[in-house]
Ligand binder design. Structure first.
Ligand code: EPZ
Length: 468
């Protein structure tokens, strides 16, 4: 073993090899992980936070309105932080009270029609600034979003759509540069192929202050889009057809600021329902508060009930889930709303692993959103990915392991697996999870789960760590 020269390599002395960690202070990379000790029952109640995927469009809409808008029930998430910084760049100002979940956007002065790469690369929904800035300023320079954990996610529909509404668009070194011909979009018609949530949101933003009428065909019907459209109406937009495949918008001069309320997060609700189905005490109801079960879509509800899990809801939306003695395997295929949400397919594979028999998950929206399967296999799950589907064998006990988060919904499926695995599961890099789940460990531990957040250094020497 070379005795490293404590003074480090001398000038000109290039034939000595200096072990890096002996001559440099390793810069720690403190990351958080969730440590789950499996085997406890999930019991009592959980509370759903505001919807991430509705809060983001609502924030973009607030940038179009000249004034101070308030959005109630906004979750405290990393994606909300990221988008707040994206909005900051324009000159608008954002503040959020994480206790009251009230977010304020002061868009009285918006003078920089830009969304920079450094922020857009962190969160694809930042691309909503294309439509928002075109509507507010008549031009926009927005970075193209990068790929994401599960492959390319194009924005061609967003770009072709704003062109159809009267924008000239060019690509300039990774940025989309869009200018409304004559300074204001004319409006127009555009058909989305395939249907797209993000493109529907972006085109609604762009069309809201166009000089004429616009029609979006094959529009997304997700509750996120409907709640967003209702908020735009409250700001003075003239929109018909929300929740149907054809949305008609009559442009207005400008939007007025308003106070709007975000809906509950339907994906967090679905995630908690699956947690209760696999980790609830059989026969004992788990209560989920603050929910809007009518936003789940019929396909998910039907599949969930088919597993034999009890599901009831009260007038106020409170959901009660009763785990069965044994879960029936139910194969699903994702689809656009009201189909089975692709954002719940990773969680569903964990439910399938707890039933008897084989079943499969087909994702028709994204062809390669199965990064979590390799991690779940490390916990003993017998699952095989074949193209855009995964076959899961039920009844194979899971064991705790160190597993790596790769994206938001994949990481929460690892936590769900940890609930029912024997021993400890360390879910690493939970910054992915923090993008879309507010205080997950707090909510689960209040419902009987043994889970804690631990700071760790990803590159610490495991041997040294083990012996300290
Ligand atoms: C939204 O993403 C959600 N994100 C996603 O949730 C969700 O998975 C997705 O909708 C599908 O439901 C937000 O709402 C912020 P799409 P989005 O455009 O809008 C294709 C989460 O975990 N497409 O509806 O990006 C695309 O490739 C996130 O919270 C084009 O071809 O999804 C995909 O196959 C992950 N061209 C399909 O449409 C385009 O220009 C649906 O994508 C745009 C999309």
């Amino acid at each position: 073993m070379l005795e490293a020269d404590r003074n480090g390599p001398q000038k000109g002395n290039t034939n000595r090899i200096f072990p890096y960690e002996q001559t440099h202070h390793l810069i720690p990379i403190p990351l958080d992980k969730l440590v789950v000790r499996g085997g406890n029952f999930l019991e009592g109640s959980l509370t759903v936070s505001g919807s991430k995927n509705t809060a983001l469009p609502l924030m973009a809409g607030a940038v179009v309105a000249n004034g101070v808008s308030v959005i109630e029930n906004v979750p405290a998430l990393r994606d909300i932080d990221t988008f707040s910084r994206v909005i900051d760049v324009t000159g608008a100002r954002v503040s959020i009270d994480r206790e009251s979940h009230r977010l304020v956007v002061d868009a009285s002065s918006v003078e920089n029609a830009e969304a920079p790469y450094e922020l857009v690369k962190r969160m694809r929904a930042s691309f909503y600034m294309l439509g928002a800035l075109l509507a507010r300023m008549g031009h926009a320079r927005v970075s193209l979003p990068g790929g994401c954990a599960w492959g390319p996610r194009p924005v061609d529909l967003h770009i072709e759509g704003v062109k159809a509404f009267g924008a000239d668009v060019e690509l300039d070194r990774g940025y989309v540069v869009a200018k409304a011909r004559g300074g204001r979009l004319s409006g127009g018609n555009f058909k989305l192929t395939p249907s797209s949530v993000g493109a529907t949101v972006n085109l609604m933003l762009a069309a809201s202050t166009a000089a004429g009428g616009s029609r979006i065909e094959n529009a997304a019907r997700e509750p996120d889009v409907v709640v967003f459209g209702e908020a735009l109406r409250k700001m003075g937009a003239r929109i018909e057809g929300l929740g149907t495949p054809t949305i008609e918008i009559e442009g207005v001069e400008g939007l007025e600021s308003a106070t709007v309320t975000n809906c509950a997060d339907r994906i967090e609700l679905g995630t908690f329902m699956i947690a209760a189905a696999i980790a609830g005490r059989p026969g004992e109801p788990v209560t989920i508060l603050g929910a809007q079960p009518d936003h789940l879509g019929q396909a998910f509800v039907d599949a969930f009930v088919e597993t034999g899990t009890g599901l009831t809801s009260d007038e106020d939306g409170t959901v009660h889930v009763v785990a069965p003695e044994e879960l029936k395997p139910v194969s699903i295929a994702t689809g656009i709303y009201p189909g089975f949400p692709t954002d719940l397919q990773a969680q569903w594979t964990v439910l399938l692993s707890q039933g008897r028999g084989n079943a499969k998950v087909v994702d028709t929206i994204y062809s390669d959103r199965f990064k979590h399967i390799a991690e779940l296999r490390r916990m003993g799950m017998n699952a095989i990915v074949l193209g855009n589907e995964v076959v899961v064998e039920g009844g194979v006990p899971l064991t705790g392991a160190q597993v790596m988060s790769t994206d938001l919904r994949a990481s929460v499926s690892l936590v769900l697996a940890g609930l029912v695995a024997s021993g400890e599961t360390h879910v690493l890099r939970v910054y992915h999870l923090d993008r879309g789940y507010e205080n997950l460990e707090g909510k689960l531990s209040d419902a009987g789960i043994d889970i804690e957040r631990v700071r760790y250094d990803e590159f610490a020497d495991p041997v040294a760590e083990a012996t300290t």
